[in-house]
Design a protein around this ligand. Structure first.
Ligand code: HEC
Ligand code: HEC
Ligand code: HEC
Ligand code: HEC
Ligand code: HEC
Ligand code: HEC
Ligand code: HEC
Ligand code: HEC
Length: 427
């Protein structure tokens, strides 16, 4: 039996089995290849590239030197509307910041003055918002502004409210080698350009697609509205609105015509829907303060000018999906929470008063541990308590907010008592 198995008959049978195996493997390989190709065909950019076959000299050459830019711009609605590279980039020889380039003068980074030739309304609204000059002044200060910028800054109704400048101190303590990668990256959204126009639209509208889908998604705001001091993105992610976005948004109408959005396009809101988009009865705005009632970022929050009108605009957005009583009650509760956090911050000021009165706190910013505790209490935890409440993030309001405030109040008291005792003063 043993020999038979290794006989010639067995050998040819093995050959057949071997051949069949090869055929199966080859067949499988072909199927896998085909699936792979179908996969890549589905993921490749199927949008129409309006610049394909263009004989515009900027496009022709840049297709070779920076094909990514031409591809991105080609699929934008602006390229489809025949807005050319030159209309954003080309300027006169003597224009501030102009560089000579292939027989023309171009700007490396087009400014809001270029956008304004076609989008006057958006630029005007942006300029009246805290995303404009106030964002820049938050680190740079207003002391070096030329008169026309100072006038613009002072004309922004909600712009000049600046109750705490300790972050300017942090900016100077860190120095330019560091702040170029920190404060400036976020706050340059409102930086003036060489030509005097203000701001950088491309911080939200990533060039060169300028896509509505991209700018309406919360990840756009996540570039800056994140972290312990303003975790709006993290809060949104844990809110029911953010959960709807995370689990369902492939069915939402991301490219809907601006100004016409309804609950049919967006069954739940993103940051943009609540703060920017025209939605139901509320018009589109690039003034992100237009729907806010409180200065929540302040240590002690105050009402904004014309806060009732702002409230009506925001509540009109909520009202597309929630009933009026629900929203009214929510706002009443939110207002009570703001008052409670204000009280805690005022209490923290009372706690450190004996140190100040006895000359035990230096005037130097951030040189003593107590400076950091006192700052974190409102700047991280007080604000997070408020943001979490208003944007439905209970974990942020509680464990990254209210609880931390209580802990820091106890710690402040302990530091103060210890310092007073060390100085021989009765706490
Ligand atoms: C003959 C090729 C060619 C043509 C034509 C051309 N460019 Fe360029 N362009 C380049 C190259 C190459 C660079 C990159 C240089 C580098 O990497 O430093 C460049 C850089 C640029 C930059 C960045 C400038 C900077 O200083 O960083 C802009 C903006 C620009 N081109 C816009 C245009 C516009 C608008 C047109 C049409 C008016 C145009 N280009 C025509 C080849 C060309
Ligand atoms: C709607 C306005 C607009 C149009 C149209 C436009 N750009 Fe730009 N481009 C910008 C902005 C804004 C920036 C600056 C981006 C920044 O500073 O981050 C920029 C930056 C650039 C840069 C320098 C940055 C880099 O990554 O190298 C090049 C090169 C450039 N654009 C080429 C082009 C070309 C080529 C076209 C046409 C195919 C074009 N742009 C069309 C707005 C525009
Ligand atoms: C020469 C005129 C012109 C300039 C300059 C211009 N745009 Fe546009 N832009 C248009 C037109 C036209 C449309 C409308 C496209 C459409 O809806 O079909 C548009 C649409 C847009 C949209 C909406 C996109 C969409 O899908 O509906 C954004 C965002 C935008 N532009 C941003 C900018 C920014 C930012 C700048 C400056 C860096 C700029 N534009 C400069 C003409 C211009
Ligand atoms: C990750 C982006 C980011 C960085 C980095 C950053 N900020 Fe901010 N900053 C923000 C955002 C977003 C707000 C708005 C918070 C709000 O309104 O709830 C803000 C608010 C402020 C405010 C309060 C508003 C005002 O104008 O009074 C000041 C002041 C400020 N930042 C200064 C600074 C300074 C100084 C630095 C660097 C030491 C810095 N920021 C770093 C994003 C950033
Ligand atoms: C904070 C982020 C942000 C910044 C900064 C920003 N935009 Fe927008 N922009 C948006 C959002 C979000 C939309 C979409 C609104 C909607 O859902 O209808 C939009 C829409 C637009 C549209 C289409 C509006 C319409 O009604 O057709 C234009 C044009 C535009 N932006 C231009 C600009 C210009 C110009 C600037 C700079 C001055 C700018 N944007 C700065 C977020 C921003
Ligand atoms: C490049 C950074 C950056 C991006 C991206 C950004 N913001 Fe901001 N935002 C800021 C800064 C900085 C401030 C604070 C300005 C100040 O008060 O000094 C701010 C303030 C705000 C405020 C408060 C305005 C006020 O009047 O107090 C709102 C609301 C806001 N942003 C919404 C958004 C939304 C929604 C998006 C996304 C569509 C967004 N932001 C994208 C940097 C950014
Ligand atoms: C359901 C609507 C809604 C969504 C979604 C939403 N917000 Fe808000 N946001 C609010 C309300 C309401 C307030 C508080 C308004 C007030 O002061 O009356 C607020 C406050 C803010 C503030 C505080 C401004 C200040 O005074 O310091 C910022 C900044 C902000 N939101 C940014 C964002 C960002 C970024 C996102 C997305 C990651 C987002 N919001 C998502 C409704 C929303
Ligand atoms: C486009 C529709 C839409 C808009 C606009 C909208 N919401 Fe909602 N909201 C929802 C949906 C969907 C849910 C989840 C429903 C559920 O919990 O069953 C929700 C849930 C909530 C909850 C419940 C939170 C929880 O933890 O259970 C609150 C509070 C809330 N929204 C407040 C607001 C406020 C305030 C505004 C306006 C600033 C607003 N919403 C705007 C759709 C919307």
């Amino acid at each position: 039996m043993e020999e038979k198995r290794n006989g010639p008959l067995q050998g040819s049978r093995l050959l057949v089995i071997g051949l069949v195996a090869v055929i199966i493997v080859l067949g499988l390989a072909i199927v896998v290849l085909a699936i792979g190709q179908a996969g890549t065909m589905e993921t490749a950019d199927q949008r129409v590239n309006a610049l394909a076959g263009s004989n515009d000299e900027c496009v022709v050459c840049h297709e070779r030197t920076t094909p990514g830019i031409v591809q991105q711009y080609g699929v934008s609605t602006m390229a489809a509307a025949e807005v050319s590279c030159r209309q954003c980039h080309e300027v006169a020889r003597d224009y501030p910041g102009a560089v000579e380039h292939e027989g023309a003068f171009v700007l490396q980074s087009p400014t809001t003055a270029q956008c304004a030739t076609c989008h006057e309304t958006e630029v005007a609204q942006f300029n009246q918002s805290r995303h404009g000059l106030p964002a820049y002044i938050a680190y740079a200060g207003a002391q070096d502004l030329p008169p026309d910028h100072l006038a613009l800054y002072e004309s922004i109704p909600e712009g000049t409210f600046n109750p705490d400048r300790s972050r300017n101190d942090i900016y100077h303590l860190e120095g330019p080698d560091v702040t170029r990668f920190t404060c400036e990256v976020c706050h340059d959204i409102g930086k003036p350009a060489e030509d005097g126009s203000v701001g950088q639209c491309q911080k939200c509208h990533l060039r060169h697609e300028f896509s509505l889908e991209q700018v309406r998604k919360p990840e756009t705001c996540n570039a800056c509205h994140i972290g312990p001091d303003h975790p709006q993105y993290e809060i949104y992610v844990e809110s029911p609105h953010g959960i709807a976005y995370a689990t369902n948004s492939e069915h939402w109408n991301w490219d809907a015509e601006p100004g016409t959005l309804t609950v049919e396009d967006f069954p739940a809101p993103t940051c943009a829907v609540c703060h920017i988009s025209g939605f139901g009865g509320t018009g589109t705005t690039h003034d992100v303060g237009d729907r806010l009632t409180w200065y929540l970022f302040a240590p002690v929050s105050e009402r904004r000018p014309a806060w009732q009108d702002n409230q009506t605009r925001m509540q009109t957005v909520c009202g597309e999906c929630h009933n009026d009583d629900y929203i009214d009650e929510f706002y009443e509760d939110g207002d009570l929470l703001v008052a409670a956090v204000n009280d805690w911050v005022l209490e923290s000021r009372e706690i450190i008063k004996p140190l100040q009165e006895n000359g035990l706190m230096t005037d130097e910013p951030f040189d003593q541990p107590i400076d950091f505790t006192f700052f974190d209490l409102w700047h991280h935890w007080g604000r997070t308590t408020k943001f979490g409440a208003w944007m439905q993030g209970p974990d942020y309001s509680q464990w990254h907010g209210a609880y931390e405030v209580l802990r820091e109040l106890a710690e402040l008291q302990a530091i103060v008592d210890e310092e007073l005792e060390a100085a021989g003063i009765e706490p």
